[in-house]
Design a protein around this ligand. Structure first.
Ligand SMILES: CC(=O)N[C@H]1[C@@H](OP(=O)(O)OP(=O)(O)OC[C@H]2O[C@@H](n3ccc(=O)[nH]c3=O)[C@H](O)[C@@H]2O)O[C@H](CO)[C@@H](O)[C@@H]1O
Ligand SMILES: C=C(OP(=O)(O)O)C(=O)O
Length: 509
C-alpha cells in the first residue's frame, strides 16, 4: 500500500518536472539534493517527509498532494502605498490563445516564445494535450513547444477545460481542414452576457462548415469540396471571428478575401504567425485581408507573440489610481494611442520613449513613464470601438481612472450585455458609480478609497479594476477567488508587489 502511494507520488513529481521542462539534475539543484535522490523519489523508492513534498511542490510550482480539492486563491491587499519602478508588459492572452489554436494548422513543430503563462493558456494546453498534441515548456518555462500527432483524438477532448474558455471556438477554423465530423463543447469564459457564435458560423459556412448546437455541443459537419467563391464579409468586426476565418483561409487552396476584418492586435499577431507558416496575407492591419492559402502546412516554426496592450493599460491605471510614478516598459503603442490621447485630455503627465520593435519583428513598442497628475473628467462620454478605436477591454480601466478625476464621466459599454454592471463593485470601496442602464455607468470623482472585502466579479477586467482600486484604498482589503484574474494576467499580484504594492495571496484552510 505504502509502496503504491510512493510510486504514485513519484509519478506525479516526474510528470510535473517534465511539464516544467526540467531534468532530474535541475530539480535536484533546486532542492539542494542529488540527481540520484530525485531518481529514487520518482521511482517510488524513497520515503518522503511532508516537508520534502512541500519543497518539491514549491520548486515545481505545483501542488503535489492536497487533502480534498485545493480551495480558491484570494488576495489580501494593504492599500494606500505609492508604487515605483519599472515593469515589463508580458505577451497577450488573446494572441497566445489564437496562436495555440493556429498550431493545429501545422503538421510541423511550433514553438511559441514568451507565451503568456496564464490560466486561459493552461486550459487550451489541457485541451490540446487531451486530443493527442504533445506540449512541453522549454528553457526558462516561457517557450512552449507544440508537436501534433498524425491523427487527433477529438473524442478524448478534456471537455471540462474546454468549457472554461471561449477561445476553444477558434478550433473550428483549423479543424475543418482535418476532420469531416466533430463536436466542440459550447464556448465558456467570463460571464459577460450572451456572446454570439452566429458570425463564426456565417464566416465558416463558405468553407463547407455546418454547425448544429444541441446538448451542450456544437456538432460540426464539413463538406470538403466547398470553398469560398466570393469575398467573405464578416457580419461583425469581431476579433475571434476574424481569426477563425483567417485560419480556415490559411489551408484553403486558393485566395480568400475577408472583408470587415478586425485589425486588432491579436489578429495582427496571428497574421504574422501565419506568414511564418508560408501563408501570404495582404492587407495586414486593415479591414480587408487577402489570404493566399496552402493546402498543406508542414513547417518547423518559431514565433514570439507581442506584448499585451490591455496589460499595459492595466499597469497605467495602477499608476494613476495610486498617484505613482512608474515606467511601463514594452507597451505596444499602436494599440494604445487613443487611450493615451484621451488620458492626455484628462490631464495625465507622462513621457514616452523612442519606439523599438517587439520580438515578433513587427509590433512597435515604447516605454511609458506616468507621473502623478490631477485629472479632470473628459467632456464627452467614453465608449469603445473595434480597433482603431478605444479598446473594448480597456474601457473598464477608464471607469477606475474617471473615479480619480474631478467631475462626472459617462462610461458607455455598448459591447457587452453584462460587463458595465460589475463596475458598480467600486462603490464598495468608496467609489461613486451609478448604473444608468446595463450599458452605461456614471462615475463621479475624485474618490477617497476605503478598504473592503469583495468577491471577484466573474469578469476579468472588472476584477482587475477592483484589485487596482484596493491598491489605492487605505487599510486592508480582501479580494476573494481570483481565478478570473489569473485567467488573463501572469503573476499580477507578485509583479505589482515588486513595484511596492502590498498584496499577499492566501487560501482558506
Ligand atoms: C480571445 C479573444 O481574443 N477575446 C477578445 C475577443 O473576443 P471575441 O472576438 O470572442 O468577442 P465577441 O465576438 O464575443 O465580441 C464581443 C461582443 O462585441 C459584439 N460586437 C463585436 C464586434 C462588432 O463589430 N460588433 C459587435 O456588436 C459581439 O456581438 C459581442 O457581444 O474580442 C473581444 C472584443 O474586442 C474582446 O473583449 C475579447 O477579449
Ligand atoms: C473578455 C475578455 O476575454 P475573453 O474573450 O477571453 O472572455 C477579456 O480579455 O477581457
Amino acid at each position: 500500500m505504502a509502496d503504491d502511494y510512493r510510486s504514485r507520488i513519484g509519478r506525479l513529481i516526474r510528470d510535473s518536472r517534465q511539464h516544467r521542462g526540467w531534468t532530474q539534475s535541475q530539480l535536484a539543484d533546486a532542492l539542494g539534493s542529488s540527481q540520484s535522490a530525485v531518481h529514487r523519489i520518482e521511482h517510488g523508492q524513497q520515503n518522503l517527509s511532508l516537508e520534502m513534498i512541500a519543497r518539491i511542490g514549491e520548486a515545481l510550482d505545483k501542488q503535489i498532494v492536497s487533502l480534498g480539492q485545493p480551495g480558491p486563491t484570494h488576495l489580501r491587499v494593504s492599500g494606500g502605498q505609492q508604487l515605483s519602478g519599472s515593469i515589463d508588459v508580458r505577451s497577450s492572452k488573446n494572441a497566445s490563445v489564437a496562436l495555440l489554436c493556429a498550431s493545429l494548422l501545422n503538421k510541423g513543430r511550433t514553438v511559441l516564445r514568451g507565451i503568456a503563462r496564464i490560466e486561459e493558456v493552461n486550459r487550451i494546453i489541457e485541451v490540446l494535450e487531451s486530443i493527442g498534441i504533445r506540449t512541453r515548456w522549454l528553457g526558462e518555462r516561457r517557450d512552449l513547444e507544440i508537436v501534433p500527432p498524425e491523427r487527433l483524438d477529438l473524442d478524448s477532448m478534456d471537455v471540462e477545460a474546454a468549457r472554461r474558455t471561449r477561445s476553444v471556438i477558434m478550433f473550428l477554423g483549423p479543424l475543418l481542414h482535418r476532420e469531416h465530423r466533430f463536436k466542440l463543447p459550447y464556448a465558456g469564459g467570463c460571464n459577460l452576457g450572451t456572446r454570439t457564435v452566429e458570425p463564426h458560423m456565417s464566416a465558416l459556412r463558405p468553407f463547407g462548415l455546418e454547425l448544429k448546437a444541441t446538448g451542450g455541443y456544437y456538432h460540426a459537419e464539413v463538406d470538403r469540396k466547398a470553398s469560398p467563391t466570393r469575398p467573405i464579409v464578416l457580419i461583425e468586426r469581431g476579433d475571434t471571428v476574424t481569426e477563425n476565418a483567417l485560419m480556415a483561409a490559411a489551408r484553403n487552396d486558393g485566395v480568400t478575401v475577408i472583408r470587415n476584418a478586425s485589425s486588432n492586435y491579436m489578429v495582427q499577431d496571428l497574421c504574422f504567425f501565419l506568414t511564418r507558416l508560408g501563408v501570404r496575407i495582404d492587407g495586414i492591419g486593415t479591414t480587408t485581408l487577402t489570404v493566399h492559402g496552402r493546402s498543406e502546412i508542414d513547417v518547423d516554426v518559431d514565433y514570439a507573440p507581442s506584448e499585451d496592450p490591455i496589460e499595459a493599460m492595466s499597469l497605467l491605471a495602477a499608476a494613476i489610481v495610486t498617484s505613482s510614478e512608474i515606467t511601463v516598459q514594452r507597451a505596444p503603442i499602436e494599440f494604445l494611442e487613443i487611450e493615451l490621447a484621451l488620458l492626455e485630455e484628462m490631464g495625465l503627465d507622462y513621457d514616452r520613449s523612442a519606439e523599438y520593435v517587439a520580438a515578433n519583428g513587427e509590433t512597435r513598442l515604447v516605454d511609458l513613464t506616468v507621473r502623478p497628475s490631477l485629472l479632470r473628467a473628459p467632456h464627452d462620454k467614453i465608449h469603445p470601438m473595434p480597433f482603431p478605436g478605444l479598446n473594448i477591454d480597456n474601457l473598464p480601466f477608464f471607469a477606475l481612472i474617471a473615479a480619480t478625476a474631478n467631475g462626472q464621466t459617462m462610461i458607455h459599454d455598448w459591447v457587452y450585455e453584462n460587463r458595465a454592471i460589475y463596475l458598480t463593485e467600486l462603490t464598495k470601496l468608496g467609489g461613486n458609480v451609478t448604473l444608468l442602464d446595463p450599458h452605461r455607468v456614471l462615475v463621479e470623482g475624485p474618490t477617497r478609497w476605503s478598504g473592503a472585502e469583495i468577491i471577484c466579479p466573474p469578469a476579468l477586467r472588472p476584477a482587475v479594476v477592483v484589485l487596482l482600486a484596493m491598491l489605492a484604498a487605505k487599510g486592508e482589503s480582501v479580494l476573494r477567488n481570483v481565478y478570473v484574474i489569473n485567467r488573463g494576467y501572469e503573476d499580477l499580484a507578485a509583479r505589482l508587489s515588486v513595484l511596492g504594492a502590498r498584496i499577499e495571496p492566501f487560501r482558506d484552510i
